[in-house]
Design a protein around this ligand. Structure first.
Ligand code: ZN
Length: 163
């Protein structure tokens, strides 16, 4: 990886960390999900308001109390997922999981900031930090699709055990 690409990744992460997207609390939400990353101590909570007529994620609120990587990843999620359909949101989350597993995947231009997460792979202890927001989203969407109105709770440790 070239140095300049490294710098670009770092810049994207820092930008999201300094001014996280999706900070505005929602007056109404259909999905609520809490994620924990015990290996770092990151705590993340997200809420999604659905547009039920179109089955799209109308708005999202991400509240992260964690390190720079988990916060930045949550912010990238908020930015990319807003307005997407339920299916698209799931596909993007699965794509992120593959990126963080180290698979060589093409990131479409429209999801450009996801490329920055490739930089995280150089720091294995940080991978779960980057993963946290996405597994939290997946769990929340699953709950919603199963018609459960309660809060989803997920830990990055569960993710580990699934492998
Ligand atoms: Zn972390």
């Amino acid at each position: 990886m070239s140095q300049s690409l490294d710098d670009l990744y770092r810049e994207i992460i820092l930008d999201h960390y300094r001014s996280p997207r999706g900070k505005k609390p929602l007056a109404h939400f259909d999905i609520i999900s809490d994620g924990h990353n015990p290996s770092c101590g990151d705590e993340l909570s997200l809420e999604v308001e659905m547009d039920k007529d179109h089955n799209t994620l109308k708005d999202i609120h991400v509240d992260c109390k964690g390190c720079a990587i988990s916060t930045a990843s949550g912010s990238i999620l908020a930015e990319l997922i807003k307005g997407k359909s339920l299916e698209e949101a799931k596909q993007i989350a699965e794509l992120v999981k593959r990126i963080l597993k180290g698979e060589e995947v093409e990131v479409p231009d429209s999801l450009g900031d996801l490329d920055a997460l490739k930089g995280v792979r150089q720091f294995p202890v940080r991978i779960k930090c980057a993963l946290l927001a996405w597994v939290t989203l997946i769990e929340g969407l699953k709950n919603y699709e199963n018609g459960k109105g309660d809060k989803a709770v997920v830990s990055t440790e569960d993710e580990e055990n699934k492998k």
